[in-house]
Design a protein around this ligand. Structure first.
Ligand SMILES: [Zn+2]
Length: 254
């Protein structure tokens, strides 16, 4: 049902706005996208297929989730799992920096460089910088993108000859982590845009709050439309938008 609503929205775009959506920004759910992809397709014009851009937050979150699942799998030796546990935050942060760094330096960093950087994640985190990309790692120190500079300190430098590196390199656990990283690498084409679904989720959050889920019927006398407008204003100007708005209209504070 959810898919039908979204596809119907896509199909009406030409009639309502005289435009065709070229790209769709979504999370890892591919079942919805398979229907959206062919919303305008007429078996003749392949350029009418909708492209998908993956949300970078969902992609990295999925990687983190899979790595945390590996920590619970007892077929991998405990010292190796402990080593991964100590580096798990660093791996996630490295991927976020790689994606954001590539977006910020898009004039000279292409998809190929992002792909190499993501593939090299484990080597960098465990202190081997032979294949590190210049835009992301300088002499073993990660380059923090401007967006994260204020709040973040540089990640600690690891040593290639460290016990942890020798303990984990080329083991079954190492290969399993690389497998999950490969999934992220395959998404490089869309990750380079550095887009997220935050705005949609913020709107959805306000919408759920205002309509109170399914507890209250807000379908009569245009109430749903009003709630939707309130949610749009709240997601755009913050939840305190109504006070200055009323003051502007009525000349006094509510
Ligand atoms: Zn490095």
């Amino acid at each position: 049902m959810e898919t039908d609503i979204i596809v119907s929205g896509f199909k009406q775009s030409i009639e309502m706005h005289n435009l065709r959506y070229k790209r769709y920004l979504g999370d890892g759910d591919s079942s919805v996208f398979m229907n959206i992809r062919q919303a305008y397709y007429d078996n003749v014009n392949s350029y009418k297929l909708v492209e998908k851009i993956e949300c970078k937050n969902h992609a990295v979150r999925c990687l983190n989730k899979n790595m945390r699942l590996l920590l619970r799998q007892t077929e991998y030796p405990l010292p190796q799992r402990r080593s991964l546990e100590s580096k798990i935050n660093e791996i996630g942060k490295y991927c976020v920096y790689a994606i954001e760094g590539a977006k910020e330096a898009s004039s000279h960093v292409g998809v190929g460089m992002l792909r190499v950087a993501l593939r090299n994640c484990l080597e960098h985190v465990y202190g081997c910088h032979d294949k590190c990309q210049v835009y992301l790692c300088k002499n073993g120190t990660i380059v923090v993108p401007t967006k994260y500079k204020k709040n973040d300190k540089a990640l600690p430098k690891a040593n290639a000859t460290s016990v942890q590196y020798r303990l984990l390199k080329d083991t079954a656990l190492w290969k399993e982590i690389e497998k999950h990283l490969t999934r992220l690498v395959t998404l490089s084409d869309s990750l380079i845009h550095g887009q997220t679904t935050n705005r949609a989720e913020c709107f959805q959050g306000h919408m759920a709050k205002l309509t109170q889920g399914k507890r209250k019927n807000v379908n009569y006398r245009g109430a749903y439309q009003k709630k939707k407008n309130q949610a749009i204003l709240a997601s755009k100007y913050g939840s305190g938008w109504s006070a200055p708005f009323i003051k502007m209209c009525e000349g006094k504070s509510p």
